[in-house]
Ligand binder design. Structure first.
Ligand code: SD4
Length: 322
């Protein structure tokens, strides 16, 4: 259901809105000069995707459209074996995708264990805008996607199949800390009006158990934002991020006055404290506040994030715990 339809069906009349003094979000924002914006940031050095979103924002696009189109760049990248089409399969050879999206209004949509659809983030957006639900899973998510005109494709590329078959020879399951220096894409955009949107999309951990869903499509874990405060996205070992509800934690810490950098550090250190085996996996967070300040922290050296601001794209090595 579109937001305006929801408003219609909840019985709020146009007159009720007209009676409310019109106050833009920007004027509520104490940092309303917004000199730093627009900005797009993404986990890892996903410069093409981040630039795509950043350029859209500079041309006046809203944060929600920019974030969706930005992450779609990596969903379509067949060479990226951790996101979308070409993603590594689970241990049984199924490519199953997880994605979510959040709007400045606080609306959210997600799909989990979605097969055969190259752009799960766009299905997640449809779930957000066209249904009364937040998340659809598996067969139901696929059915919904097909009913909404998404094309059914084979997501397992020859290359990913070959690597999976090599893996089957030993079946040794151990997370690789910084996979080829790129991984899940989580993106946050703040547009010219100062509104924030976010998205997160992944094929999950390579050779995961059939049925496994990670943090990336879970609102509060892989992604969270509050348009009054800021947003956060995660990458790495989803189980650790889910147990700490990491992105939600970071936004709440920023609400209490922490900078994005301080909030990311606290969240990673909590994961370190909660997991005796923390040295065996990577978790990284990137956060953005309403002022346009950015922070990032991770367990292991090697993580960086991409940023597009003032017409420039950059790769920014994150601070790290070990
Ligand atoms: C997951 N967080 O499914 C995702 C994948 C990832 O490093 O980021 N892997 O757990």
């Amino acid at each position: 259901m579109k937001r305006r339809n929801f408003i219609k069906t909840t019985g709020m009349s146009a007159a009720a809105f007209a009676a409310t003094p019109s106050v833009s979000l920007k004027s509520l924002n104490p940092f309303s000069t917004m000199q730093n914006t627009p900005i797009s940031i993404a986990t890892w050095n996903f410069q093409k995707a981040t630039k795509k979103a950043g350029e859209m924002l500079f041309q006046g696009a809203n944060a929600l459209d920019a974030v969706e189109q930005g992450v779609r760049v990596e969903e379509a990248n067949l060479k990226n074996t951790t996101v979308g089409n070409g993603g590594a399969p689970d241990r049984d050879g199924n490519v199953t995708l997880d994605a979510c999206i959040m709007s400045p209004e606080g609306d959210a949509g997600a799909v989990v264990y979605l097969k055969h659809i190259a752009h799960p983030v766009s299905v997640a957006r449809k779930v957000m805008e066209e249904t009364p639900h937040v998340m659809l899973a598996g067969e139901g998510a696929l059915q919904f996607a097909l009913e909404n005109g998404f094309e059914k494709v084979d997501l397992l590329t020859e290359e990913s199949e070959k690597e999976w078959k090599q893996w089957l020879e030993h079946k040794h399951y151990k997370p690789i800390i910084n996979i080829e220096n790129h991984d899940t894409i989580g993106m946050l955009c703040i547009d010219e009006k100062g509104d924030i949107a976010g998205a997160c999309t992944t094929s999950g951990l390579a050779y995961k158990m059939n049925g496994r869903v990670g943090d990336s499509p879970i609102i509060g874990a892989g992604l969270y934002l509050d348009n009054e405060i800021g947003g956060a996205v995660a990458t790495g070992m989803g189980e650790a991020v889910m147990k700490s509800v990491g992105s939600f934690l970071i936004v709440e810490l920023m609400r209490q006055g922490k900078s994005p950098q301080e909030a990311c550090e606290i969240a990673v250190k909590r994961i370190v404290a909660q997991n005796r085996n923390y040295e065996d996996f990577q978790v990284a967070f990137v956060a953005l506040n309403k002022k346009g300040e950015v922070g990032s922290y991770c367990i292991h050296k090697g993580f960086s994030y991409a940023k597009y601001q003032n017409g420039e794209i950059s790769n920014n090595p994150s601070q790290f715990y070990i």
